[in-house]
Design a protein around this ligand. Sequence first.
Ligand SMILES: CC(C)(COP(=O)(O)OP(=O)(O)OC[C@H]1O[C@@H](n2cnc3c(N)ncnc32)[C@H](O)[C@@H]1OP(=O)(O)O)[C@@H](O)C(=O)NCCC(=O)NCCS
Length: 260
Amino acid sequence: MTRAIPNVGAADGAPDGAPDGAPDGVAAGVAAGAASEPHRPTARRVRVAALLGHLAPASAAAVVVDVDDDERVHDAERAVVGGAVAVRRREFAAGRRAARAALAQLGVVVDGPLLPDADRVPRWPEGVVGSLSHGAGLAAAVVARSDRWRGVGVDVEADRPLPDEVIGLVFSESERQRLLATTSLAPAVVGKRLFAIKESVYKAVFPTTRVPFEFADVDVEVVGDAAFVAHLGPRTGSPYAVLRGAFSCVDGVVVAVTAF
Ligand SMILES: CC(C)(COP(=O)(O)OP(=O)(O)OC[C@H]1O[C@@H](n2cnc3c(N)ncnc32)[C@H](O)[C@@H]1OP(=O)(O)O)[C@@H](O)C(=O)NCCC(=O)NCCS
């Protein structure tokens, strides 16, 4: 049964910037020299982390950290964002903290750098698949054993309406009809959740296929309150025509996870 994207969580409650707390990510392998205050979780981060833990596969490890002013990264990672603006450096560092913490939960300790490849896809350790996202002042990582999952994708976004000019790009006509028919939410609000779902699909699939694709190449059905089925068109290059995932909102943050 197909339903509209539910009204879970507020659409306008989250700040876009980093909140006032600090993450407690694993600091293994980071460069020395930055502040060494113990990282304290924010309540919002704890709630988003709990949500991500529910949405991710049971055998995966999922971690959410706050994006704060901690820019410490491994020496080799610094070259990736050395010329970037501060917000990008902080998001990148937070993403790497989340990744290391998630890998540690999986029993994989990474002392060296977690570098991206030429397509920006993180090079995960042998035997691991994973995905990173930053948004709404948070960074999230989901990692899993590659003998259990071929790919995972995560997206975290502020649960705020999409800009008008983007709405038309994200929805297909059939999605407009299906997803908007039974909700009182504005198309821009539903569209942001659909955006997060499709970004999670993209990040799950692309590392395997290396074929870029557009929002229009994925058609999403929402099933029940928090599950979705994504139908992937031929231009995605995906050997799988149908992928499944889960999404929900808490504290003004939308979280989506795809795993196959
Ligand atoms: C790759 C993409 C999905 C990343 O999303 P984003 O909104 O920029 O940013 P997020 O914070 O959610 O995710 C960024 C992380 O995704 C990962 N990533 C980047 N490119 C990726 C790719 N091609 N495949 C998988 N993961 C990728 C990286 O880990 C990156 O963080 P890092 O650079 O700090 O390591 C997006 O930038 C993009 O390239 N989209 C083009 C294609 C598209 O949107 N198609 C429609 C979807 S159906």
